[in-house]
Design a protein around this ligand. Sequence first.
Ligand SMILES: *Cc1c(COP(=O)(O)O)cnc(C)c1O
Length: 363
Amino acid sequence: MTFPPLREELRGVEPYGAPQLDVPVCLNTNENPYGPSAACADDIAASVRAAATGLNRYPDREHVALREALAAYLAADTPHGVDPAQVWAANGSNEVMLQLLQAFGGPGRTAVSFAPTYSMYPEYARDTHTRWVAGRRADDFGLDLDVARALVEAERPHVVLLPSPNNPTGTALEPAAVADLCRIVGEQGLVVVDEAYGEFRRAGVPSALELLPEHRNLVVTRTMSKAFAAAGLRLGYLAADPAIVDAVRVVRLPYHLSAVTQAVALAALRHAPELLGNVAALRRERDDLVTWLREQGFEVADSDANFVLFGRFADRHAVWEALLARGVLVRETGPDGWLRVSVGTPEEMTAFRDALTVATKEA
Ligand SMILES: *Cc1c(COP(=O)(O)O)cnc(C)c1O
């Protein structure tokens, strides 16, 4: 018997996470390069100060004020509006999705996604003893509905996890494809559309929020970690049928969302126009980056997110290392031969372009 007496299937498993290296140009975790302004930071500090005097009490378990503010924020992305009863928040959308797997996955149940995709999904399945099945995306990283239909019919999944835009490829899904999938999965399963990068989608690409009134088995998750420039806050949320919110309440830990988190998230939402103000600039920078990479002869996946997947490299690790040697950290992820770079400030993108030009000559 080896110590500690860990579950068999967890032995030797490395914890998830990109390397957190102290490097001048960090383009590896899709963070927003623009932090909150001094005015926003002051409002956050004042909100924490006010919350501090009440810390002897447990927080609002139902985080009602926050759910109202999130519902109002989401309403901009759907003509049908969003009711606070449809909204639920937790410590990052990773926790939201884990709660969904806790409630709707489990022993004897199956979760499905389509690779290449977010590498945390199989971990939620593992941690909730849910059977995990990964289908394949098409060559352009879109979803082939015939492949999806065949997989769903064969596996009868209880949860389908589908990021749009997808990480690490940047691919957004057509709402018609999401609607088809909701019908194919049927009411024995949930279709979870992870819109962590939703605010970065290109003009004319709608949010899956629009489909909520028509599909009771649809869940849309969002986060304040990316477009909202608040990765350090740890606040994610979902919009879905209130019956799904009721189910998540059963598995959440008591008072899972601290009074400080709720106060900071509310303050950040009051500054939404400012925090989201740089999204348009980042989208333009993203489109310029795609164009530039293609001009250099790279293969580049279309991107609706704040990152770009590009390749192909015979030895991507050598390129990753050569970039790092020049102070630029990107992510070695996705299909072999590809690298993912997050969109940073214009200065950071110049540093990336310069480093890549030299690095590909060397590697
Ligand atoms: C970054 C990311 C998230 C957000 O995670 P948080 O826990 O909200 O920080 C969710 N899904 C995908 C695919 C992501 O890349």
